[in-house]
Design a binder for this molecule. Structure first.
Ligand code: PHE
Ligand code: FE
Length: 291
């Protein structure tokens, strides 16, 4: 998940962590029961995602050999990921400060929680665990274009801190990296980690009539708040990962942040003039009326 949206961020370096907040994964420490939780979650998602997850995600599962049973050993995972795109996964003790998170992304390192949810928490969890972080995020990092997007986001994140604009930039992460949809083969497909790692939202995001599905528009997206406590009421749909990379890399966010300061936010479920509405959700307007 996004380190910036959660309340349980450590503020001082936990004992035993390296100065960059990483810790050893210590893969041998996971119990058989913990590996079995991974296997249950993995089987449930992988059976449902063909035809739902985008090609790049499914390719990533394959390239990284994630179908090997048990929680992935980062040493083996990183051999494959490094060969694909030069990214690696590093373990951290929990949510890390924003600048630490961005610094890792800017250097093509993805930070992962070093625990797995309990067997009675398969469907809901507040803090990102290794299933969300690795199954949800890492397959997309094996895609060269998405890999570049994530690094650019890390650099942009560091830069946003100088403008006090992180709360706006965090929306981009939320609506793309976590909850993004992409148009592929004439249909909608999932690429967001928060969706692909959730059984319920993998169905809801594509099939439910209640949320809005809106064509990606950077400024519109960054005016839109989001909810962290339920399935989303808006999904933003990109046409390709190239579109996403170009729209964000080629935009200087300094004037964009300044412009956003002058504009009001758009209430979560609202549709506004200029939206490319792909699905007008049945919940639209429910939280604040027409803009
Ligand atoms: N181009 C952005 C800036 O000027 C940085 C950025 C790139 C942000 C890609 C997100 C994704 O700050
Ligand atoms: Fe995440």
């Amino acid at each position: 998940m996004d380190s910036t949206t959660e309340s349980h961020v450590h503020t001082t370096l936990p004992p035993g962590a390296n100065p960059d907040w990483t810790i050893a994964q210590d893969w041998a420490r996971f119990s058989d029961d913990e590996h079995a939780v991974w296997d249950r979650l993995f089987a449930r998602q992988v059976n449902m995602l063909p035809g739902r997850a985008c090609d790049a995600f499914l390719r990533g599962i394959d390239v990284l050999r994630l179908e090997r049973p048990g929680i992935p050993d980062f040493v083996l995972l990183n051999e494959r990921l490094m060969a694909a795109t030069g990214w690696s996964v590093v373990a951290v003790p929990g949510l890390v400060p924003d600048d630490v998170f961005f610094e890792h992304l800017a250097n093509r390192r993805f930070v992962s929680g070093n625990f797995i949810r309990r067997a009675d928490q398969l469907d809901y969890l507040q803090e990102p665990d290794v299933f969300h972080d690795v199954f949800g995020h890492v397959p997309m990092l094996a895609d060269p274009v998405f890999a570049d997007y994530m690094q650019a986001y890390g650099k942009g994140g560091l830069r946003s801190l100088n403008f006090g604009a992180l709360h706006k930039l965090a929306r981009l992460y939320w609506y793309t990296v976590e909850f993004g949809l992409v148009r592929e083969h004439g249909a909608l497909r999932i690429y967001g980690a928060g969706i692909v790692s959730s059984y319920g939202e993998s169905i809801f995001a594509l099939d439910d009539p209640s949320p809005n599905r809106i064509g990606f528009d950077l400024e519109r997206l960054m005016r839109t708040d989001y909810r962290i406590d339920d399935f989303q009421q808006n999904y933003f749909v990109i046409d390709s990962f190239d579109q996403l990379l170009r729209a964000t890399l080629d935009t200087d966010f300094a004037p964009l942040y300044a412009r956003l300061e002058q504009k009001t936010d758009i209430a979560i479920a609202n549709i506004v003039d200029g939206d490319n509405v792909l699905t007008h959700g049945t919940q639209a307007y429910a939280h604040g009326g027409l803009e």
